[in-house]
Write a protein that binds this ligand. Structure first.
Ligand SMILES: NC(=O)c1ccc[n+]([C@@H]2O[C@H](COP(=O)([O-])OP(=O)(O)OC[C@H]3O[C@@H](n4cnc5c(N)ncnc54)[C@H](OP(=O)(O)O)[C@@H]3O)[C@@H](O)[C@H]2O)c1
Length: 256
């Protein structure tokens, strides 16, 4: 039996993954952005181990999420699932002066990766859209470019792969992988998303707990339990390190 922490598990694929893990007999630590969402979540998933609270668009609250998780003891796996979607109409700015989509999708998983006691496995939710992400990393906070919500989301999903692969390279004792779940009809995917919702949560659960040798790999990218090609820049250690350095500058949290 494993103990798994899932960010953004109040809805969508995070909630589905939590339910599947619980059905398989594992322990799950859930995460909701605030008390109200946690209350709703508690009524949906009574069997959860605990629910940690925090809005991942805030650096301070993200650090608090890491502290809450660490207080619960070691996790076997962490699934970095929470994200804001690709239809943000404007550069919504967080309390830290960052675009919300970058804060939630890129900086929060970076901070949580560094601050949560090292688990055995790390899983990062990316998207097929990562392939059109900007690998220059030259304007992470959208101060020089004209806002484009789809591009901003795609950039962050490339960052998630860069982060997964950087961790795989720097921490050989941890299995760190990324995946795309398909375009599925969650709140983010929208009602007309064409892919199979019932396949959308299975790969992250498999990577988190399976003893299948195919799941016990590191530095790989998956779609529906199969390896899939990534943006070539994702393997570039200089670009990975550039992202880690930028995240360190913005958060004050150093990857070591
Ligand atoms: N659905 C798709 O078609 C699709 C395709 C490719 C990749 N993905 C990826 O799959 C993952 C899950 O997506 P989904 O479709 O399940 O999305 P979703 O249904 O919108 O759920 C997102 C989850 O993240 C949480 N969240 C968002 N912003 C947060 C914040 N600031 N603080 C705390 N929690 C926050 C949400 O909380 P609330 O419930 O409170 O909003 C919710 O629990 C994401 O990483 C996404 O990029 C999805």
């Amino acid at each position: 039996m494993a103990r798994v922490f899932i960010t953004g598990s109040s809805d969508g694929l995070g909630l589905m993954a939590a339910r599947l893990l619980l059905d398989q007999g594992h322990k799950v630590v859930l995460h909701a952005r605030n008390q109200n969402r946690a209350k709703e979540l508690r009524s949906k998933v009574a069997a959860a181990d605990s629910i940690v609270l925090g809005d991942l668009s805030s650096i301070a609250q993200t650090k608090s999420v890491a502290e809450q998780v660490n207080e619960l003891g070691a996790m076997d796996a962490v699934i970095h699932n929470a994200a804001v979607g690709y239809q943000e109409p404007k550069r919504a700015e967080t309390e830290d002066g960052l675009p919300q989509v970058f804060a939630v999708n890129t900086l929060a998983p970076y901070i949580l990766t560094v601050l949560i006691r090292k688990p055995k496995r790390l899983i990062y939710l990316s998207s097929g859209l990562h392939k059109q992400g900007d690998a220059s990393l030259n304007d992470l906070t959208w101060e020089r470019r004209r806002w484009d919500g789809t591009q901003a989301y795609s950039d962050t999903k490339l960052h998630d792969v860069l982060l997964a692969f950087a961790v795989a390279r720097r921490w050989p004792d941890v299995l760190s992988n990324a995946l795309e779940p398909g375009w599925v009809p969650t709140k983010m995917g929208g009602p007309s998303a064409p892919d199979d919702l019932d396949q959308g949560h299975r790969t992250q659960v498999w990577l988190a707990v399976s003893e299948d040798p195919a799941a016990k790999v590191t530095g790989q990218y998956f779609y529906h339990l199969k390896r899939r090609a990534v943006h070539p820049a994702a393997h570039d250690s200089k670009i990975q390190d550039k992202l880690l350095e930028a995240c360190k500058e913005m958060s004050g949290v150093e990857f070591s």
